[in-house]
Design a protein around this ligand. Sequence first.
Ligand code: ADP
Length: 304
Amino acid sequence: MQTEQVIQVKQLAKKFGNFEAVKDVSFTVNKGDVFGFLGPNGAGKSTTIRCLLSLITPNAGSIELFGKSLAQDRSAILKNVGSIIEKPDFYKYLSAQKNLEIFARISGADVSAKEIAEMLDFVGLGNRAKHKVKGFSHGMKQRLGIAQTLLHKPELIILDEPTTGLDPQGIIEIRNLILRLKNEQNKTILLSSHQLSEIELIANRMVIINQGRSIVEGEVGNLLQSEETVVSIEVDDITKAMNSLSQHFAAASIQQITNKQLEIEVRKQDIPALSKCLVEAGVGIEALEPKRKLEDYFIKTIQS
Ligand code: ADP
């Protein structure tokens, strides 16, 4: 079966005055992708996204959504796209449910009360439906924003740095929600981020952009498979952990950070062996987190 392309961007360029915010960005998002749009701050991600949503007009290049030219079929195409590009804005003295009712009416979407209740349930706000948005945390507002993007039942959802400013629990909730949008609702998702570790956790494909240019595009697993990762591990017995790891891994790759935490540089495929080694030595693992940095990936990509 041929892969259906949901977004195809070719050689996009956008200037603000004389400043070229986007110089040459190309990428393809396929149906069903959680597509990582990755790049450091200032790389041109938001500018590209604003072009995709037709909020600004590019100076050069082409954008096709659902196989149609955005320049030619703008309004029909955008009916099938939902987005959060800035902090979502709500009527804070009204309830979550009332907000969605109003937004549905404004957008002209035909949404029943039952569907609104289902959307609130889906984003984990079912029990807060009647509560005023005023008392919501940033994470809850972000999830309500996602419910809002679902109102007109778009196939494609574009999220610009959706986890920025969220606490760790809020980040996990948004991450899970994005995966459920793909798995349970068959949405295609474009997700921008400046954090490689974030994209690595949930995206299946990605493009990396830097200084207004796309540098590399492909399957996340393939692009990162052979990369060394710094893994941060918290343990109950640091001495035992350091001893057992140094018998199996190069001593130079292991560093003690505190009396509970160490860092070790390994390839991703070695992480299971790493935890096995600690477990067999009787070390309790309290936390284990790969800390791959976009900056490190760039340095290696550019050098090779
Ligand atoms: P990112 O989303 O990757 O952080 P942006 O697309 O927001 O990057 O910005 C890319 C570059 O374009 C930045 O240097 C930014 O300052 C500049 N830029 C963005 N919007 C405007 C604008 N409206 N006018 C002038 N410069 C802008």
